[in-house]
Design a protein around this ligand. Structure first.
Ligand code: SF4
Length: 349
């Protein structure tokens, strides 16, 4: 018999509702949660494919490329931890983790004097008021930095509404990208669009961005916003980056690389940081991944511990416009949650 349960899409920071269809304990499909206020009855392809994290979940723990019992992997994690100085152990978390998981990871790192690092698309400080999704469609002018129509389509939908409402859209986005297709004018760099389009902004305008090259650029966006009274909306690639930043201070790529240079053991909670960070990860003697499914980072890890995927988890997260949303497991699972894995490790340390 088909069963339909509601959760939130984990594929970006917009916070769209999603219905997950299961049959006899297995996830078989999705369809949009029609009455959800964020996605207005729609989900993008990334959202519809978000069930892949469940479908591709790891069947076993792995140590040195061999499948092992979970307890054996936990023992190996403890052996790695015991063999290193605490200040050479770095715990990595990201917006793929729920608020509750981030809190558990932070408590684990702090109680053992490990380093903890959060990486959120190179954003470091987002302690300012942000625009709502409604502000976008009602904006007189928009500055759009990044291909937001492609990466965050249900915010992109608001940009299209704004275009239909005759908003001017000034972008820094790849030529031929979907965002370029709706832009009034495309600029060559982030600084270029900020310098040349700021005169077009007023109090009903919004600066939207999903990429930033430096903290100076973020300062510049904030200055322009103050000067023109326009609003700002940073949009993240990971669903709970904003919520995670409320628990752990985020670090820039440079700060992260500096910390990794001083790391002998890296414990990665639910992320695939290797493709994101330009760093020689072979220089770290032990990498441990806690992940629901295989990724580039787990493939480079000596120890891989399976954890619950988003669909098997309960918790809360904070969407791009700062609203806290809660979600429930849509499928039963034998996998451990982050808090349960940490408890097992802590018991053996
Ligand atoms: S816009 Fe983001 S949150 Fe919404 S369905 Fe697409 S990937 Fe999921």
């Amino acid at each position: 018999m088909l069963e339909i349960k509601h959760t939130l899409c984990p594929s970006c920071s917009v916070g769209c509702g999603i219905n997950v269809v299961s049959e006899e304990g297995d996830v078989v499909g999705t369809y949009p949660y029609k009455r959800h206020p964020v996605n207005e009855g729609k989900n993008c392809l990334n959202g519809r494919n978000s069930i892949d994290i469940y479908k591709n979940r790891l069947e076993s723990a792995i140590v040195s490329n061999s499948n092992v019992e979970l307890d054996k992997a936990i023992d190996e994690v403890c052996n790695v931890i015991k063999s290193k100085d605490a200040d050479k152990i770095t715990v990595f978390c990201s917006g793929n983790n729920s608020v509750e998981d981030i809190e558990a990871i932070k408590a684990f790192a702090e109680s053992n004097n490990f380093n903890i690092v959060l990486y959120a698309d190179n954003f470091v400080d987002i302690d300012f008021d942000v625009a709502s999704y409604e502000d976008i469609e009602n904006a007189s002018s928009l500055i759009v930095i990044g291909d937001i129509l492609y990466t965050n389509p249900l915010i992109g939908r608001r940009i299209i509404h704004a275009k239909n409402n005759e908003s001017n859209i000034y972008s820094f986005t790849p030529e031929n990208s979907v965002t370029a297709n709706v832009s009034s004018e495309i600029f060559d760099s982030i600084d270029d669009v900020l310098d040349n389009a700021q005169d077009k902004l007023d109090e009903s305008s919004v600066i939207l961005f999903n990429v930033i090259e430096s903290s100076e650029q973020l300062d510049k966006i904030k200055e322009i916003s103050e000067k023109t009274k326009s609003k700002i909306l940073p949009v993240f690639s990971k669903c709970n980056s904003k919520g995670a930043m409320g628990v752990v201070k985020a670090q820039s790529k440079e700060e992260l690389s500096e910390l990794l240079n001083n790391t002998d053991a890296l414990l990665v909670f639910n992320d695939d940081l290797i493709p994101e960070i330009d760093f020689d990860f072979d220089s770290i003697s032990n990498i441990v991944s806690f992940t629901p499914c295989e990724n580039s980072t787990s493939k480079a890890s000596q120890i891989v511990v399976p954890i619950k995927s988003w669909l098997e988890n309960d918790g809360s997260f904070v969407n791009a416009m700062g609203e806290t949303q809660t979600f429930n497991a849509v499928i039963e699972s034998d996998a451990l949650g982050v808090d349960e894995v940490i408890e097992k490790i802590q018991e053996k340390l």
